[in-house]
Design a protein around this ligand. Structure first.
Ligand SMILES: *[C@@H]1O[C@H](CO)[C@@H](O)[C@H](O)[C@H]1NC(C)=O
Ligand SMILES: *[C@@H]1O[C@H](CO)[C@@H](O)[C@H](O)[C@H]1NC(C)=O
Ligand SMILES: *[C@@H]1O[C@H](CO)[C@@H](O)[C@H](O)[C@H]1NC(C)=O
Length: 509
């Protein structure tokens, strides 16, 4: 009896000690930001303990909880957040974003260890580096996104979509699994525009060189770009390197992706004039040289950058297309207005050429408005390397800054009817109502997304082909239940599931 009591007391004391230790850490983190209005919670976000203030938990996507908290507790474009032993400051006003991302961008680099390490599967790259190393990646990658490349994007999108609308979607009336199909389409386009390779993303072709690989190029690359990055976020290194079957399989994916990329890069480097064949990103990266000393990116840098372009390029555009298609199904009046424009541009052709882009202005407004409401990337993370002041509040050196595009793009002080889908607000006749600093789905400043024109071109052409061929509608069930897709937040924010009714348009008169 006595020993039990002693053990119990010891256990309670140890627990109390641990709690006090962590509470001290919490107070320490909190003291760095507690002079800024915001929320403070001791327990980690994975727990929801009754009777304790619990602002953030794992129940619904965290970005929506943060958005609600910002609406309630944010003041003058800032809100502090301290949970468990971390603290940070969210910013969401054009003034603060201009300060951090443009004017004093060099004092606010990306924090390495916190967020971006997961993307370094093949080494440091244009997304994850800072300072001079980043400058070199960016300078040598810029030419890859030139006009010749964007023309290739137009051409590849046309080829892919003519075949998708006729062959892949062969039925006249069907429930389209929008999440799956948009991912396949953007992966297919990225394979050709990025690597000059047909990934066969739209068919079930499983052929590959079995003496060398254990999976197809598509499987290796698409799993590395999604599942593996997520695993690297979630699990500590020792677990990733453990012999458990799941992690062994993850390493096998990376091994295959690595081999495939090596092979493609070798072929490209061996080719004396790769650009004579194709303006894909990889060929352009291999060809890029510094003007003064004529050196280019190393082989390892080419590999990690081209992989990042693929990750960033297909997942973000696919998410944007999912939200756009849902919004168009929900707003039939907008869909009809876009279709008029699209039909006029197609005329009696079934193809689109690069020059047609300029004629699709209203469709571009739809894409922009969809990205205002549902930016696939809803913010970026920075770290203050100096003491500073934002909205009149002191920012201590070392503070993590969470730049929240999502909250700014729905701020009622900036936007008229912020929750409504109104593409017309982006029409050129209304353009002076949109302050460029308050709309930044591709980020802003020197770290603005290098592929934004790639993405817009691809999106506009994909949607144009779809709208020419199909009426898009909510299903009967969705209409009855006032359906809103449940978001899934990971690398991007996209609908967890989305099925829409596609009906082929036969009479084009
Ligand atoms: C568009 O794609 C179709 C199908 O692949 C092709 O026949 C047509 O020539 C393409 N047009 C252009 C301008 O590339
Ligand atoms: C590239 O060239 C090297 C040396 O000439 C050769 O060993 C290698 O097999 C070539 N690789 C490819 C993929 O053509
Ligand atoms: C060439 O110049 C770039 C930037 O101008 C620099 O980053 C790189 O280190 C230089 N390479 C060599 C071999 O000097």
């Amino acid at each position: 009896m006595n020993t039990i009591a002693v053990v119990l007391v010891v256990v309670i004391m140890i627990l109390a000690f641990i709690i006090i230790m962590y509470y001290n850490k919490h107070l320490e983190a909190r003291s760095k930001v507690s002079h800024i209005p915001g929320i403070h919670q001791f327990q980690p976000i994975i727990l929801k303990i009754p009777f304790l203030t619990s602002h953030i938990n794992l129940k619904s996507p965290i970005y929506l909880q943060i958005y609600d908290l910002i609406r309630k507790h944010g003041r003058n474009g800032v809100m502090s957040i301290s949970t468990w032993k971390t603290s940070s400051v969210a910013i969401f006003s054009p003034e603060n974003i201009k300060h951090v991302m443009v004017k004093y961008a060099k004092d606010y680099p990306k924090p390495q260890e916190q967020v971006y390490e997961a993307f370094d599967i093949f080494g440091p790259n244009i997304l994850t580096t800072n300072g001079d190393i980043w400058r070199k990646h960016r300078m040598l990658s810029n030419p890859a996104f030139n006009d010749d490349h964007i023309k290739l994007v137009s051409k590849v999108t046309n080829q892919t979509m003519v075949s998708v609308t006729k062959e892949y979607w062969s039925h006249d009336s069907f429930d389209c699994n929008v999440v799956e199909d948009m991912t396949k389409i953007t992966l297919q386009i990225m394979g050709i525009a990025g690597f000059g390779r047909d990934m066969k993303a739209l068919n079930e072709d499983q052929t590959y060189d079995r003496s060398k690989y254990t999976m197809t190029f598509r499987e290796a690359i698409s799993r590395a770009a999604d599942e593996i990055i997520i695993a690297r976020f979630r699990y500590p290194k020792w677990l990733l390197n453990s012999p458990l079957p799941y992690f062994k399989n993850c390493r096998e994916v990376v091994r295959n992706a690595d081999l495939y990329l090596d092979d493609i890069i070798s072929t490209c480097i061996n080719d004396s004039d790769p650009l004579s064949k194709n303006y894909d990103l990889l060929s352009l990266l291999v060809a890029a040289k510094d003007e003064e000393n004529k050196t280019g990116l190393s082989r390892a840098e080419i590999k990690s950058d081209s992989f990042i372009f693929l990750v960033a390029g297909h997942e973000t555009t696919a998410s944007q297309l999912m939200w756009s298609l849902w919004l168009l199904a929900k707003h039939q009046d907008v869909q009809e207005k876009v279709r008029k424009e699209v039909n006029k541009v197609f005329g009696d052709r079934e193809e689109l050429v690069h020059e047609d882009y300029d004629g699709l202005q209203y469709l571009l407004c739809v894409v922009k408005e969809s990205m205002r409401l549902f930016p696939p990337i809803n913010g970026v993370v920075k770290v203050a390397t100096k003491n500073d002041v934002l909205s009149g509040y002191k920012i201590n050196k070392g503070t993590i800054i969470r730049v929240n595009f999502y909250a700014m793009q729905r701020d009622p002080e900036i936007w008229d009817r912020p929750e409504e889908f109104i593409p017309e607000r982006f029409e050129s006749s209304n353009a002076d109502h949109v302050d460029p600093m308050s709309y930044i789905p591709f980020s802003i400043g020197t770290r603005k997304c290098i592929g934004f024109q790639f993405s817009l071109t691809e999106s506009v052409f994909i949607l144009a082909h779809i709208l020419r061929c199909f009426h898009i509608d909510l299903t009967e069930e969705q209409k009855k239940s006032n359906f809103v897709p449940t978001p899934r937040q990971f690398i991007t924010i996209k609908p967890k599931e989305l099925n829409l009714q596609f009906n082929r348009i036969k009479d084009r008169s």
